[in-house]
Structure formats: structure tokens, C-alpha cells
Design a protein around this ligand. Sequence first.
Ligand code: HEM
Length: 410
Amino acid sequence: MTETRPVEPTPGTAGTAVHDWPVDHLDALEFDPLLHRLLREEPVARNRLRFGEGDAWLLTRYEDVKAVTADPRFSRALTVDRPVTSMTPHCLAPAGGIGRTDPPDHTRLRRLVAQAFNRKRVAELRVGAQAIADRLVGAMVRHGPPAELTESLTGPLPERLIGTLLGLPPADLPRLQEWRAVILSSSRSPDEGNTVKAEIAGYFRELADHRLRHPGDDLFSELVAAHAEGALSRPELISLSVMVVLNALDQVRNQTSTMVYTLLTHPEQLARLRAEPALLPATVEELLRFIPQRNGVGLPRIATEDVAIGDTLIRAGEAVYVSYLAANRDPSVFTDPDRPELTRDEAPHLAFGHGAHYCVGAALTRMQAEVVLGTLLRELPGLRLAVPPGRVSWHRGTVNRGPETLPVTW
Ligand code: HEM
């Protein structure tokens, strides 16, 4: 177990080799080979990504990742205006965005959204989510096989759900999907990314003006009211809404599609789940642990003091990335980590992060994953891929991984 504690600065880190991490395209469930190697050979490493300046620390071990993300001596606010080496040409999270703040700002912003996505609210949303899934799968059955799952179920379900939750006009959803595709790409130019970020911000600003005059019974109206009362600034209101909508549209679609793909390509696990449907919540957890949800790494943190991670000294002012993906494959925590095992009963996974920035949408994602898998198992017992696994095409040049399309039959 690694300890993080303040230490006297020592000249220990100079000369540490810097790894170039181009974050090459990976297909299907392939795990990033650099992460796999660093986790075993160099769990506290220095890396340089394609964009930004200089290099940064990269931590891959479960205990180190947990320690740093729970340690207030690592700041997100200090990343604002620092061109830390990064995998995207433009910073995905805007300054003032929830991911780039520290307490007390962070605590205030989280409080405003956390309630909307807490377990109780999500349990209430489940009835509506199930009704949407039933309608979508009902339509698949009526049309007959084959079907394209991202179009028929895993795309529209989160879209409709977040649309209802935020009170977004259904006609606007295709436009939001187009913006999402550009912003969450790692292969567009900084200009393109910034133009689209300005457009989506403009969209929410206009909607905010409208909701101020005509409030609805939805989360966005609640946030607009909180802004009117001075609980959050206008840029904070906009970036929070953008962050929530982008995550909700992108992550749930990719994650639930990849979960279906994983089960369909691991028939022994699928058979187990079919034989024992009560394993569904455990299945979702194990798939969250096992699936490499993203390319590269998320947002860095900046050390505010010198901190030792094991034998390595991280100096005040240095940038640190953690890989939740690698932590989820740590062989000192998970037996045979590179295999999905639905009845695994080991440590909790870190797919949703850890500490103060733990994912706000975790309960919403888990619920939708259970609804998608549960409905498919029940309604389409013969479900299988309609093409050989190697013919499924996967997103390229994106932050989040997932199939572009998922042809299935039954
Ligand atoms: C499979 C689905 C998802 C995964 C794997 C995921 C994962 C994560 C991770 C790893 C973090 C960052 C932890 C960190 O900064 O250290 C995060 C933060 C966040 N996620 Fe998710 N997420 C998912 C779905 C969602 C959904 C559906 C929403 C919105 C409804 C959402 C909203 C957020 C927000 C707002 C944050 C920032 C929290 C903060 O900085 O305090 N996520 N998520």
C-alpha cells in the first residue's frame, strides 16, 4: 500500500525517463499496452501526450490512484491556464467547470447537481427509463432482426432520459449530438473544438434566458433559478449543463453498447447471467471494471506540496495524471484482471473515479445499464452479434471508446 505524505524535497526525480504516449487507436476491448506495461514495471512514470507542453506524472496502481484522488494536496483549479501535456488539442473541461475547481467552489457546484442524480432520484427515473427501453425494444421486435443497437436502443435511451431530466426540446437533441461528436473528438483542430464549444455554450445561454422567464419542472430550470439567486455564476451554469449533457449522451451510449458487445463475445459469462438474472447488478459492476471506457487519461491534477508516492517524490507544482483504467486492472487487487468474471467479489472498481470528483452520473449510468441489459436478456433471449466480432467498427480519434455501430440479431 502506498503512502502519500509530505517529505523533504530530494533530487530524486531528475533524469526519470519520459514516455511518449501517442494514445494510438485501439479496437474493441483491447487494453492500452503502455498502461499495461507501466502498471507492472513503472507504476509512477513520466509521460508526454500529443498536445500541451512538457510532461506529467502518470500513476497506474489502484492504491496510488485512490490515494492521490482523495488527497486535497492535489488541485484541479491550478490546471486552469496551464498547458499541461494532454491528449486533446483543446481542454475538454472549461475553466470554472466542475472538473477544474477545488473546494469550496467545487463543493458548492457539486451540491447543485448531486441531488438531481442521487440514488433516490435515479430510482424514480428508472420507471421512465424502463418504459422507454420497452418501447424501443418493442419496436426492434416488430421490425424483426437484424437491428443496429446504438440507433435502436443504446443511443436513444440516454438521449431521451437526459432530455427529459434537463427539459431540453426534443428537436434540439440531434444538434447536441453533433456538438458532442466534435467536442469529444481528439482529432479535430483546436479551432473546430473551440467554435463548437462556443456554439453549445450559446445554446445553453439562450435556453437559460428562456427558462428564467418560463421556468419548467426540470433540472436546468432548477440550475437557472439557483443562478438567479446567486448560487452559481453564469459561466458555471453553462459549463455545468454542457458537462452533464455531453457525458450523459456519450458515456451511457458507449458504455452500454460495449457491455452488450462484451457479453456477446464472452458466451460463458452471458450463459451465467442468463441462468442467474440476479447477477445483473454484479455484472454491471464487473463490466464497468473490465471495459476500457476511454482513450488516454482524463484531467490532470497539480501537486500543491511535495508529496511522496512510494519512493518517488512529486514536487509542488508538478502535474499528475491518474489512470482509473489501469487501476481497474491492477493484478495486486484483482485476480486475473484482464478477464471479465461476473461473480468476482474483490475491491470496488474505479471506473467512475474516486474522491471529491467522483462521477456525478454513476447512479444514472448503472441504472441505465441494468435497464438495457435486463430488457435485452428478457425480450431477446437469442440475441447475438449479426457480424463476426472483428467486423464491428469502433470509434477512432475520440476521448470515449465504444462501437460506432453494433449490428445484432436474435
Ligand atoms: C459509463 C459512464 C460514465 C463513466 C465511466 C464516467 C466516469 C467519470 C470519471 C472517471 C469522472 C472523473 C473523475 C475525476 O475527475 O477524477 C467523472 C466525472 C464526472 N462525470 Fe461521469 N462517467 C460516466 C457517466 C456520466 C454521466 C451519465 C454523467 C451525467 C449525467 C456524468 C457526469 C459527470 C460529471 C458532472 C463529472 C465531474 C464531477 C466532478 O468533477 O466533481 N458522468 N465521470
